[in-house]
Design a protein around this ligand. Sequence first.
Ligand code: NDP
Length: 293
Amino acid sequence: MILINGKETAANIKMEIATEVAAMIDNGKKGPHLAAVLVGDDPASQTYVNGKEKACREVGMTSSIYRLPEETTEKEVLDIVDYLNNDDEIDGFIVQLPLPKHIDENKVIMRIKPEKDVDGFHPVNVGRMVLGLPSYISATPFGIIELIKRYKIETEGKRVVVLGRSNIVGSPIAILLSRKTYPGNATVTLCHSRTKKLKQIARSADILIVAMGQPHFVTEDMVKKDAVVIDVGIHRVPSDQTNSGFKLIGDVDFDRVASKTSYITPVPRGVGPMTIVSLIMNTLKAAKKEIYS
Ligand code: NDP
């Protein structure tokens, strides 16, 4: 069994990006600039945005955070989006989700210029991704694709089963792996809460990707011998083995499943660290005008 080390891979990618950013600046070009809009004081969102700011710092990119109070109106958020859309200094930006209930998330996402939508959530980017055209791919599926590439995992002709059909993880990774390219050319089955015989389908997978939000849902009997298992789930659960009293676990029962697999991502240090670094990769693409020239 080979452990897919997302933490180490993300660190390597950051070094590569830092080299590229330094070269841009040395050549007299403007360094990449990522902005983030954070509305309200949701602790998880604050942690994510702080993590994004830290990653920018580590690779020498500029970052700006627009922190707005919970009671900010939808119009005020849309005005900031318009401002960032038109500010040439900003290469790409994200609006951290979830937004407070009184703000229509779809309206906000639709307002972001696709050229600056480094989260890859705008329908134009999603549509381009589906068609196989250059696009920003949302961070988690992009991170998974990068892990598959860097670990040289064969996907052509393989049977991939994705558990979970969210717009940000399950659905895009299912589309990406069925496309006529590498990583891709796989035969993909996308499962969800209405799927019948889910265990049996999971057991048929050469590559099993799990993004359900159900702690330790995937057990040993659901995994074929020598399958590749990619666990997207993250859950903070009480633990008497750590000083903090908590530990992170995934959607896969790692301790029981790992020995059966050929490759597996752990939680933590698997898919998680790749998510932020993927956003940084998208920001570099934005600065280089790689997707939309
Ligand atoms: P969502 O809650 O949006 O989607 C979960 C999906 O799993 C849905 O399609 C749902 O089906 C399906 N599902 C849930 N329970 C079952 C079940 N018992 N049987 C079959 N299908 C089920 O989750 P996300 O995709 O946003 O996130 C999934 C997990 O990944 C979470 O733990 C989240 O914290 C984590 N995550 C981690 C990231 C990282 O950076 N590592 C990034 C993003 C998410 P249905 O559609 O029918 O409701």
